[in-house]
Design a protein around this ligand. Structure first.
Ligand SMILES: C[S@@+](CC[C@H](N)C(=O)[O-])C[C@H]1O[C@@H](n2cnc3c(N)ncnc32)[C@H](O)[C@@H]1O
Length: 233
C-alpha cells in the first residue's frame, strides 16, 4: 500500500504560482470550508478534525475555528514547516507521515471530520478506495467526510479531453511557470487521467453508498474539480 506519488517539494514551493492556473482554488475551496464549519456548528464542543495532505494550509485557513482540534498528516517537510507557522496552537497535532501508512494504526471512531483537498486523486484508484474505507472507519457518528478534488464527470470523454487541454493551456501561458515546472505539471496532469488513476464522480458516489455513508452531497463543480461531502450517522 506504499504511495510514491507525494507532491514533490518543487511543486509545493511554487504552489502559489500554480494555484493561479487552477481557478477552482478560488471558486470551489470556500465551499469546502463552509461545509466543515457548518457541520462543526456547536461552539461548546471540541471537534476533532483530520486533514490529510494539508499542503500549505490553503483549505485549513477557510474552515479552522476555535472549537476545532486539527491533526495534520503531511509527508512534505516544507509544507509541514508552513503549517507549523500558521497553526501553532498546542492543541493541534502535526505529523510527518504518509497517510496511507499512518491511517492503519488509527483507532475506529476517532474524528468528527476527515478532510482532504486535491490529495486523493494522487492515489491509484484501488488504493484510493481502500483509503476512503479507512476514512469511514475512523469517523465518529455523526461524522463528516469532506473533499475538494479532481473528480471527473462520467460519459463526457471529449469534454474531459477539452478540459485537460484547457488546463495545459493555462499552465503554458503562465509567466510564472518555467519550462521544467511546466513539463512536470503535464506529466502530473496526464497521470491523473490515466487508467489507474482517473476518478469519476459516479464511482465515488457508489463507493460511498456501499461503505454506509448515508448522505452524499456534491456542493459545487467547476470543470474537473468538485467539492463533495458525505455524512456517517
Ligand atoms: C496538490 S497538493 C494539495 C495541497 C493542499 N491540500 C491544497 O489543497 O492546496 C497535494 C498534497 O498532498 C500531500 N500528499 C501526497 N501524498 C500524500 C500521502 N500519501 N499522505 C499524506 N499527504 C500526501 C502532498 O505532500 C501535498 O501537500
Amino acid at each position: 500500500m506504499n504511495n510514491t506519488n507525494h507532491y514533490s517539494e518543487d511543486l509545493l514551493s511554487n504552489y502559489s504560482n500554480l494555484l493561479e492556473c487552477y481557478p477552482s482554488h478560488e471558486l470551489l475551496r470556500p465551499m469546502l470550508g463552509d461545509a466543515i464549519t457548518e457541520f462543526c456548528h456547536d461552539k461548546n464542543k471540541n471537534y476533532k478534525i483530520l486533514e490529510v495532505g494539508a499542503g500549505r494550509g490553503e483549505s485549513t485557513e477557510l474552515f479552522i475555528k476555535s472549537n476545532m482540534q486539527v491533526t495534520f498528516i503531511e509527508p512534505s517537510p516544507g509544507a509541514l514547516a508552513v503549517l507549523k507557522s500558521k497553526f501553532s496552537e498546542k492543541k493541534h497535532t502535526l505529523v510527518r507521515a504518509d497517510a496511507l501508512e499512518w491511517i492503519k494504526r488509527e483507532p475506529p471512531c476517532s474524528y468528527e471530520v476527515v478532510t482532504a483537498s486535491w490529495v486523493l486523486h494522487n492515489f491509484p484508484a484501488e488504493t484510493r478506495d481502500w483509503f476512503i474505507k479507512e476514512c469511514y472507519r475512523i469517523l465518529k457518528k455523526p461524522g463528516l467526510f469532506a473533499i475538494f478534488d479532481k473528480i471527473l464527470q462520467e460519459g463526457a470523454t471529449q469534454k474531459n479531453n477539452d478540459l485537460f487541454n484547457k488546463q495545459i493551456e493555462r499552465l503554458r501561458s503562465s509567466k510564472a511557470i518555467d519550462q521544467k515546472l511546466f513539463k512536470k505539471m503535464i506529466a502530473h496532469e496526464k497521470r491523473d487521467i490515466s487508467f489507474d488513476y482517473v476518478w469519476y464522480e459516479n464511482d465515488l458516489r457508489d463507493g460511498l453508498d456501499k461503505l454506509g455513508f448515508d448522505k452524499v452531497i456534491g456542493r459545487g463543480r467547476h470543470e474537473r474539480d468538485m467539492v463533495l461531502f458525505a455524512t456517517k450517522n
